[in-house]
Design a protein around this ligand. Structure first.
Ligand SMILES: [Zn+2]
Length: 259
């Protein structure tokens, strides 16, 4: 059985001392692919280094997260865009992410919109998938994306509204869900309604999950097994069948052949 962590932040400073241990944990638990999302230029370079160290296991996604928009250094946006273009030519980047809009940071709304637009335009140009953070902005984002020519869109940690889920699925977008599938009724409802063909699993580590069965432990790729089991229960399917469909989705979405 091949399991997938389509959204983790392996180059996050919180993981700095244990990235190798996390890759080993993935190996032990059959998590065969880790998409290392980035928040800024520095974590983007970190994701690239890890992908180089673990080819065929760690896949880098580069971008500027909406939380980082207000602390961008001079030229950081341009340098990040340039890095993505260069790495895309070498086929060394699998997606642009994590990018998006967050309503909690409304004071920097215009700057968030500007950075998000630049990233989406680059994704169009390079024909790369996008991995999107949309806290409180999902409906708005789902409405604005069709004005871009994007073929592969992933809405990470989709929570609400359900109307945006149905629209996203109509457009062929994907969503990811992680550990909350095991304890959150809202997220379980989303999983129930989303077709499995539009679904991928994630941990979003180092985000910590305090509810059982995770109980605030350091988030690691082996949590994916629990997520897939919870999805199988919701979908009334065998765990192996769910895992197989997710592995197939991963290959199709990221255009990657799994080892
Ligand atoms: Zn994330």
């Amino acid at each position: 059985m091949k399991l997938i962590d389509a959204h983790i932040h392996l180059s996050d400073p919180e993981y700095a001392k244990c990235a190798d241990e996390l890759v080993a944990d993935a190996k032990r638990s059959n998590v065969v692919a880790l998409v290392s999302n980035s928040m800024d230029l520095e974590t983007g370079l970190g994701s690239l280094r890890l992908a180089e160290k673990y080819p065929g296991e760690v896949y880098p996604a580069l971008g500027i997260h909406p939380w980082n928009v207000n602390v961008l250094k001079e030229n950081e946006l341009e340098e990040t865009l340039k890095l993505i273009s260069e790495q895309s030519q070498k086929k060394a980047v699998v997606a642009i992410g994590e990018i998006g809009l967050d309503y909690k940071y409304e004071k920097i709304w215009d700057k968030q919109l500007m950075v998000f637009d630049r990233m989406l335009r680059l994704a169009e140009k390079l024909d790369l998938p996008v991995i999107i953070h949309s806290r409180g902005t999902t409906a708005q984002i789902v409405d604005m994306l069709p004005s871009y020519n994007l073929k592969r869109v992933l809405l990470h940690w989709f929570s609400h509204p359900m109307s945006a889920l149905y629209k996203a699925v109509e457009h062929g977008y994907f969503i990811t869900e992680g550990p909350p599938v095991a304890y959150s009724n809202g997220i379980r409802h989303v999983v129930k309604k989303v077709p499995l063909t539009n679904f991928l699993t994630e941990t979003d580590g180092p985000v910590t999950y305090y509810k059982p069965p995770f109980n605030g432990q350091l988030t690691r790729p082996s949590f994916i097994r629990t997520v897939v089991e919870a999805v199988a229960e919701i979908k009334n399917m065998a765990v192996v069948d769910v895992a197989e469909q997710i592995a197939r989705n991963f290959e199709g979405f990221f255009n990657i052949k799994l080892n």
